[in-house]
Write a new protein. Structure first.
Length: 163
């Protein structure tokens, strides 16, 4: 709890839990501070008030014994049941990271800022995680075509590419 700011708008990542063992984060920058957006910060404040003890060393997500919850327990017991309601029970943490990167890329967010949030370098953030939509590829292809051949009269993107 000591690593969560008083207003829950930032969290210092100092350690990781892997298979029940507390360790240093595995990637650089290993220790970092991440921003928590306002609506999520509100939910985090509510969670901490209801479920986290007042001790500075208390874990934000702890099991019954006060030890950190394993990631698989969090995923299978808490996250996937919610995702199953939407047909997304196959989603795992890697999919969530790739989705975060892809949406950030689509919104043209600073790749360095989003990479720092995930704890990865910019190379991974740009080359590995983002998936480009067919619509974005079509827009890029159209811009290149216009640059080479001159602007065409038809500028609509087919409806099937709207996703």
């Amino acid at each position: 709890m000591r690593n969560v700011s008083a207003d829950a708008t930032s969290v210092k990542v100092q350690q990781r839990v892997y298979r029940g063992e507390i360790d240093d984060p595995k990637t650089e920058p290993a220790k970092r501070e991440v921003a928590i957006p306002p609506q999520t910060a509100e939910l985090l404040r509510e969670w901490m008030a209801a479920a986290v003890g007042p001790e500075p060393e208390a874990f934000v997500f702890a099991g019954e014994k006060g030890t950190p919850v394993w990631r698989d327990t969090l995923l299978y017991d808490h996250i996937r049941p919610k995702l199953k309601l939407h047909g997304l029970e196959w989603v795992d943490f890697q999919v969530m990271r790739a989705t975060h990167a892809s949406i950030g890329h689509r919104l043209k967010l600073d790749p360095k800022a989003t990479a720092d949030q995930r704890g990865h370098g910019v190379g991974v953030a740009i080359e590995e995680y983002p998936k480009t939509s067919l619509k974005d590829k079509a827009v890029a292809a159209k811009k290149l075509e216009d640059a080479i051949l001159g602007k065409s009269k038809v500028v609509t993107i087919p409806q099937k590419w709207s996703a």
